[in-house]
Design a protein around this ligand. Structure first.
Ligand SMILES: Nc1nc2c(c(=O)[nH]1)N[C@H]1C(S)=C(S)[C@@H](COP(=O)(O)OP(=O)(O)OC[C@H]3O[C@@H](n4cnc5c(=O)[nH]c(N)nc54)[C@H](O)[C@@H]3O)O[C@H]1N2
Ligand SMILES: Nc1nc2c(c(=O)[nH]1)N[C@H]1C(S)=C(S)[C@@H](COP(=O)(O)OP(=O)(O)OC[C@H]3O[C@@H](n4cnc5c(=O)[nH]c(N)nc54)[C@H](O)[C@@H]3O)O[C@H]1N2
Ligand SMILES: [Mo]
Length: 758
């Protein structure tokens, strides 16, 4: 590995003054509206407002300021005083706006009026809500429901999500892809298959009990900074943290708690990871297999010496299946292969496995570094293998804990936004609303893209998000998009997806979560589910950005009423008037998890909706937790080739997905630009390049397609050899649509095969 001094990197710790400066800079840039500070004070508190940034849990005993740099940025972003008004749209054609950056588009501020796309002038023009709903309704009535797609980004509340999914099914389809299809769908599929539950098994209390936490491909410093507080507390009581990540992410190295005066005023900070292993991109299965090999070796030695076990043999015997097959495979795998595929030394992998064996209770956390690979599900199953060996699932202080992305992405799946009919209680819905729900499998994100390309899809509705920017194969997708008959985007701010329109197109502005949502029965609360399966109520109190805004519930109900025939059991107006009625419907559909929903909305710390695997009830095919034999040691979809690199697409500390707040990736030391190609200094030399040179990347996926992105400055960075890093969403044109996880179809955004071009 090259020396850090030859690379671009950050020298401080995560948190600390840097994060406060980050918030101040955002406040200056967004010019937040009055009341924003009060909103920050109420953030993630009971009867407060639940952050729109990440999905990390909100503790029952919050800190005085239970928010982080990036949560504050997300709130200030929503509460900006800038406005994208009808006047703004009158002055700019969409052709012109297409030349603007993502950052410039969102900096125009909050959308204020419902707008219709006027093709002759290539501009958005204001319209009334009634006009928009009527036009959308008549367009939807004119097409076969199965040719429409209702996408959801993971932010909308449980109430909105439930109604949105109900609308789709009453209309006649299960085409409900959501951002999860690009994110943790791999988790939903792999955990469901191996432990029978599609979500993580840990709760917050487990973080106070565990002896070790292992991080695989998740970056809390940027993407879930409030998670650094329980991590810091864990470290301080002696818990060991081990990280597997190709990048030395600052938040996992050291943390300075911005809420601790002692740490802020002294050089003190907490070292987070005891052991930090820079695994090769896509090399986790090899690393985990190595750990398993060492655990098995220790088992053998301990048993021979004093007839004691390292494995939890009772657990394996009673609760699992497939152990012998796994053991045979691991025994047959050599350390040479493991070292080659993981890029790690045997001694380091053994050191990680020793920490694992010495911990009575261990938690595994992971993120996009495991899920966004062709072998993403295989990555997760390998991790589950390791966790089952010592009974680290379904016991206090243990668990597998995927860190979810959007603030309600997990909850949307819980209440019916799913293209998979078998995951939804359709019979129950049929009984509740007196209709015959569609039973055919719907389109996930990749399927929707494929059928937009072939022209089979006629209508697309986006409940939030920036679909065209977030998906792979951008160039072809943008071209195909204009052939859609109807596109509707429900949004708070202008983004690239709003500039690429179907024949008939509407841009519908909605309230943000921090804003007061007044309906006929008064001010409304909404709810969401966090990464640890806890449900929280949230009340917005800020004055809405414009008097014309409707809530997401009202917009979904408005479109549904204009589209669907009368049904006495379906009461869109009544539900919009009082969201507690929607919560009663949710409780009726999902009584086990949501009983007494309205009484429990403001439970401190949220209410836990339960998890069968946590109770060691395995809802798998075999009725047991499943060991899986790895079929390969890496999660790549193509082999090695001369000049081929593995590109990981990265998030900076100054973005939320496609929302680019600014150009400072402070925690990696990259400032002022996003057009960089991060590369190991030895690789730079070996390729005959030099730091600062501007190059391009071309797709190297062996499918004959020409995909390129140019204008990237070669930047020396501590990455394993053969691995490159560059920012998402700029790199998305390089991703083939077919290059996705084998089981869940999550695009493999962390291992894109590319070569460098001049
Ligand atoms: N501020 C902010 N917060 C966010 C978001 C944001 O964009 N900005 N996005 C939200 C969303 S939707 C999501 S899904 C989450 C995403 O949060 P994360 O899951 O943390 O996602 P990423 O930042 O894409 O990548 C995670 C880490 O994986 C590492 N990695 C890449 N390839 C590999 C590999 O092959 N193996 C291993 N072990 N590691 C690898 C990368 O170096 C990176 O540190 O964050 C959410 N929170
Ligand atoms: N190459 C690559 N591609 C990726 C990823 C990657 O790591 N690499 N990550 C993937 C992941 S994990 C995800 S989750 C997707 C993200 O994909 P999306 O969820 O589709 O995208 P976002 O950027 O989160 O959406 C931002 C937009 O949401 C709208 N918005 C914000 N708040 C609200 C609100 O309260 N209501 C409504 N209606 N709209 C709102 C705003 O208009 C804003 O412009 O991208 C995926 N794409
Ligand atoms: Mo995500």
């Amino acid at each position: 590995m090259a020396d850090e001094k030859d690379t671009v990197h950050y020298t401080g710790s995560e948190g600390g003054w840097g994060s406060l400066r980050g918030i101040t800079e955002t406040a200056l840039r967004e010019r937040p509206s009055p009341g924003a500070l009060n909103t920050l004070r109420r953030q993630n508190k009971v009867k407060g407002f639940m952050c729109v940034s990440c999905a990390w849990t909100k503790p029952a005993e919050p800190h005085a300021f239970e928010f982080c740099e990036n949560g504050a940025k997300a709130t200030l972003w929503e509460l900006t005083s800038r406005r994208a008004t009808p006047d703004f749209f009158a002055n700019h054609t969409l052709a012109e706006l297409k030349g603007w950056t993502d950052h410039q588009l969102e900096q125009t501020g909050r959308l204020t009026h419902p707008m219709r796309y006027d093709r002759p002038s290539d501009k958005y023009v204001p319209c009334t809500w009634d006009e928009a709903f009527a036009a959308i309704g008549s367009e939807l009535k004119a097409i076969d429901p199965s040719t429409s797609v209702f996408y959801a980004s993971g932010r909308a509340s449980l109430e909105t999500s439930y109604l949105y999914a109900l609308f789709a099914r009453l209309y006649g389809h299960n085409n409900l892809p959501d951002s999860s299809n690009m994110c943790h769908e791999t988790t939903s599929v792999a955990l469901k298959g191996s432990i029978g539950s599609p979500v993580g098994t840990s709760v917050l209390a487990d973080f106070h009990l565990c002896d070790a936490i292992f991080f695989f491909g998740q970056n809390p410093g940027t993407n879930s900074p409030r998670l650094l507080h329980p991590l810091q507390e864990a470290v301080q009581r002696g818990c060991k943290i081990v990280t597997f990540n190709p990048v030395r992410e600052k938040g996992l190295e050291t943390f300075k708690n911005p809420q601790s005066p002692v740490e802020m005023l002294t050089p003190k900070s907490t070292q987070i990871s005891t052991l930090y292993l820079q695994v090769k991109t896509g090399g986790d299965i090899a690393a985990i297999t190595g750990m398993i090999k060492h655990v098995l070796a220790r088992e053998e030695a301990l048993w021979a010496r004093d007839k004691r076990h390292v494995l939890d043999v009772d657990f394996i015997e009673q609760h699992t299946t497939g152990f012998d097959e796994l053991k045979a495979k691991v025994d047959a795998t050599s350390w040479a292969e493991i070292e080659r595929e993981s890029g790690l030394a045997r001694a380091d992998i053994e050191a990680a496995a020793d920490i694992y064996c010495d911990a009575d209770r261990a938690i595994a956390m992971y993120g996009m570094g495991l899920t966004q690979h062709v072998g993403g599900a295989r990555n997760i199953k390998a991790l589950v293998n390791l966790w089952l060996l010592r009974g680290n699932i379904g016991r206090d202080g243990t668990g597998v804990s995927p860190v979810r992305g959007h603030s309600n992405v997990q909850g949307q799946r819980t209440v019916g936004i799913s293209e998979k009919p078998e995951l939804v209680p359709l019979d129950k819905l049929a009984e509740q609303f007196g209709f015959e729900p569609p039973r055919d499998e719907g389109m996930n994100t990749v399927k929707a893209c494929e059928r937009i390309l072939t022209g089979e899809v006629k209508a697309f509705i986006g409940l939030g998000g920036n679909f065209v920017r977030a998906i792979p194969e951008r160039d072809k997708m943008e071209a195909a998009w204009t052939r859609l008959r109807l596109t509707v985007q429900i949004a708070t701010k202008l983004n690239r997806s709003h500039l690429i329109n179907g024949e008939v197109a509407y841009l519908l502005p909605c309230l943000g979560r921090s804003e007061e949502d007044m309906q006929v029965s008064g001010r409304q609360a909404v709810t969401m589910e966090d990464s640890l399966s806890c449900i929280h109520g949230s009340i917005g109190r800020n004055t809405p950005a414009s008097k014309q805004l409707l809530s997401e519930v009202a917009i979904v109900a408005g479109m549904a009423r204009a589209t669907l025939p009368e049904n006495p059991k379906v009461k869109w107006e009544e539900w919009t008037a009082d969201y507690s009625k929607i919560r009663s419907l949710i409780a009726e559909t999902y009584p086990e998890q949501f009983h007494d929903f309205n009484d429990r909305v403001f439970t401190p710390g949220g209410f836990y909706r339960g998890n069968s695997a946590r109770e060691r009830v395995w809802k798998t095919k075999s009725g047991k937790a499943q060991f899986t034999v790895p079929t390969a040691l890496n999660s790549m979809g193509v082999g090695e080739a001369e000049g081929r690199y593995r590109l990981m697409t990265m998030r900076s500390n100054d973005q939320f997905n496609t929302t680019i707040y600014g150009y400072s990736d402070r925690l990696r030391g990259i400032e002022g630009t996003r057009d960089v190609l991060l590369m190991n200094p030895e690789d730079i030399k070996a390729a005959g390049l030099r730091a600062g040179q501007v190059v391009g990347l071309a797709s190297d996926a062996e499918d004959g397609e020409d995909r390129q992105v140019g204008g990237l400055t070669v930047t020396p960075f501590l990455l394993p050899r053969g691995c490159l890093g560059a920012y998402y969403p700029e790199m998305n044109p390089l991703m083939p649509l077919w290059y996705h996880d084998e089981e869940s179809h999550t695009p493999a955004a962390k291992s894109v095969p590319v070569r460098i071009v001049s």
